[in-house]
Design a protein around this ligand. Structure first.
Ligand code: GTP
Length: 135
């Protein structure tokens, strides 16, 4: 089951991105199929706790909100990282950056809005986290 591949996947992500701040969220789908559940919520929460990630259970068949929450959370976390790393760079830079945007800046997508442009995602959707979720 996919639950067992989370740990090796996590190791791979950490190896490829040694920067420990890469945001990670573990998502259990098909939460509506109660009778077919193979992973208990407490096991998902425990694994997420060990890996320092967030854990969510969603059902894509019931609504798109859960999926939106996942991407909204990740977009916000990446946006925060992006913001803090550019602030760090500005602080440590000896050579001042040009004030007008260069071509690279114009080509860069606005990651903080990547979820809000999705058809079913509403700006301001609140994340509903299960009790005991980390972070
Ligand atoms: N009941 C239910 N069915 C779902 C949900 N999400 C996906 N499915 C169904 O599961 C089947 C497989 O979905 P896919 O999108 O192909 O997912 P996959 O990752 O390729 O396959 P899985 O191994 O099932 O995860 C499809 O018939 C979907 O309609 C869910 O949240 N609830």
């Amino acid at each position: 089951i996919s639950y067992e591949s989370i740990q090796p996947l996590y190791q791979h992500i950490r190896k490829v991105h040694p920067d420990a701040r890469t945001p990670i969220i573990i998502v259990g789908n098909k939460a509506d199929l109660l009778h077919a559940r193979q992973v208990q919520t407490k096991d998902g929460l425990q694994l997420a706790n060990e890996l320092g990630s967030l854990f969510l259970e969603i059902s894509t068949s019931e609504s798109s909100h859960g999926v939106c929450d996942v991407f909204q959370y990740l977009c916000k976390e990446v946006s925060k990282l992006h913001h803090s790393s550019s602030t760090d760079k500005r602080r440590s830079s000896i050579i001042p950056r040009p004030k007008s945007p260069n071509m690279q800046d114009l080509k860069r997508p606005n990651i903080s809005k990547c979820c809000f442009s999705a058809q079913h995602c509403k700006e301001g959707t609140k994340l509903s986290l299960p009790t005991g979720a980390v972070r």
